[in-house]
Design a protein around this ligand. Sequence first.
Ligand code: ZN
Length: 62
Amino acid sequence: MANPTHRHTRTRRDKRRANWKGQSPNLSLCSDCSELKLSFKVCPSCGSYNGRKVLNVVEKEE
Ligand SMILES: [Zn+2]
């Protein structure tokens, strides 16, 4: 098993922990309805993934 051979400095530890947040989710446009969606996830507005309908989305009337 990999074991740490040296202890890192406080600065190095804190630098590592400083940027674990603040990452925006991967957004992309749906190829079906061109709505903003999470990449590698089924589109929430039309329920399609990879050009295929995989979910029956209940249409909301607004
Ligand atoms: Zn869509």
